[in-house]
Design a binder for this molecule. Structure first.
Ligand code: SF4
Ligand code: SF4
Length: 61
């Protein structure tokens, strides 16, 4: 399993990670970007690649 994490201090809510994620793991809720379905994460790291703020990590657990 994989555990995506978003650093709220770095995230600017641009939505790039939400758009690129093939498994609908991420969402923007209000003024934060949240990991809504970590169990669906494929570990593809596409979100890391597109994040302009280097705010995402994906840990294998
Ligand atoms: S690693 Fe892939 S599946 Fe997991 S949150 Fe990032 S884009 Fe989505
Ligand atoms: S791509 Fe990065 S800065 Fe943009 S919403 Fe996702 S975590 Fe935040």
């Amino acid at each position: 399993m994989f555990l995506p994490k978003i650093d709220e201090q770095k995230c600017k809510q641009c939505g790039e990670c939400v758009d690129v994620c093939p498994a609908d793991v991420l969402a923007i809720e209000g003024d934060t970007t949240v990991v809504t379905a970590p169990q669906e994460c494929l570990g593809c790291e596409s979100c890391i690649s597109v994040c302009p703020e280097d705010a995402i990590t994906v840990e294998e657990i």
